[in-house]
Write a protein that binds this ligand. Structure first.
Ligand code: CP
Ligand code: NVA
Length: 299
């Protein structure tokens, strides 16, 4: 049966672990220069209506490394941007490529595309979630600390798409997620209800950071929220991940951020550039995790 990767919890714990183990294997192979042509003659279509560095480079390089090809389709350049219906675009594009990755704002539109696609569809960031980033984050946690099951993760800052994907991951991967957000910036209510068993919501960053093995944050103003930047700078005062906050966490705790980061806002330079930060491995792991994901989706 054809599978899509639109929500992190589309996959079971076992499936995610299989993908992560494969990603670790592919990473080791890549470092030794081993050639792998498992995607030979395969094409990935990549539709973007927002900017990207990591997602675009990792998917494109990943396809090249597997012997396939990736097509960058900016919404501005294809007829979708001129009003061609999403359903029609999905039927046509999926009749020509083997997989489609979409970074488009509306999560519902990614689902609509998938419902009309004859090939697997990957969510490469919507306003609701960013499951590919969580694959890389879970892989990075495994490499640095080990199994995440039973561990404690603290999310500090905006209850945004990344936070909501951590909520999904907490259920699938069985970790405790403590979320500290200003009350006006909590995750979507449906997410809070759905994932209530594995999350704790609070407003105090030190309360969330206590006993945490991983501290994660993200920008205070996501793509599309640029006009709210000044207001958000005020509203998130006190939510910076800095040395004082990291000291509240477990002694071996690590720091993650999906990037791009704003040093001096959601995280201090000392922390993101310091010993506890694993952000460069986290970014690189997008490549390996998505190669494993694509191999999994194509069976
Ligand atoms: N983390 C992430 O998705 O980065 P990009 O926006 O650069 O793709
Ligand atoms: N929350 C951020 C994540 C970027 C990778 C955004 O949506 O812009």
């Amino acid at each position: 049966m054809m599978k899509h990767f639109i929500n992190f919890d589309d996959f079971s714990n076992e499936e995610i672990k299989t993908i992560i183990n494969k990603a670790i294997e592919l990473k080791a192979e890549h470092k030794t220069g081993k050639i792998n042509n498992l995607m030979s003659n395969k094409t990935l279509g990549m539709i973007f209506d927002k900017s990207s560095t990591r997602t675009r480079v990792s998917f494109e390089a990943g396809m090249t490394q597997l012997g396939g090809h990736a097509l960058f389709l900016s919404e501005k350049d294809i007829q979708l941007g001129r009003g061609e219906p999403l359903e029609d675009s999905a039927i046509v594009i999926s009749s020509m490529v083997d997989m489609v990755m979409l970074r488009i704002s509306s999560h519902k539109d990614i689902e609509l595309f998938a419902n009309n696609s004859s090939v697997p569809v990957i969510n490469a960031l919507s306003d609701d979630s960013h499951p590919c980033q969580l694959l890389a984050d879970m892989m990075t946690f495994k490499e640095h600390i080990g199994e995440i099951s039973g561990k404690t993760v603290a999310w500090i800052g905006d209850g945004n798409n990344m936070c909501q994907t951590y909520m999904q991951a907490s259920k699938v991967m069985n970790f405790n997620l403590k979320i500290a957000c200003p009350s006006a910036y909590q995750p979507n209510k449906n997410f809070i209800k759905k994932y209530s068993d594995s999350i704790e919501l609070m407003t105090s960053p030190p309360d969330a950071a206590k006993n945490a093995d991983l501290i994660v944050t993200d920008v205070w103003a996501s793509m599309g929220q640029e006009e709210e930047q000044n207001q958000r700078l005020k509203d998130f005062d006190g939510y910076q991940v800095n040395k004082k906050l990291m000291e509240v966490a477990n002694s071996g705790a690590i720091f993650m951020h999906c990037l791009p980061a704003h040093r001096g806002e959601e995280v201090s330079a000392e922390i993101i550039d310091g010993d506890q930060s694993v952000v460069w491995d986290e970014a690189e792991n997008r490549l390996h995790a998505q190669k494993a994901l694509m191999l999994n989706l194509l069976g």
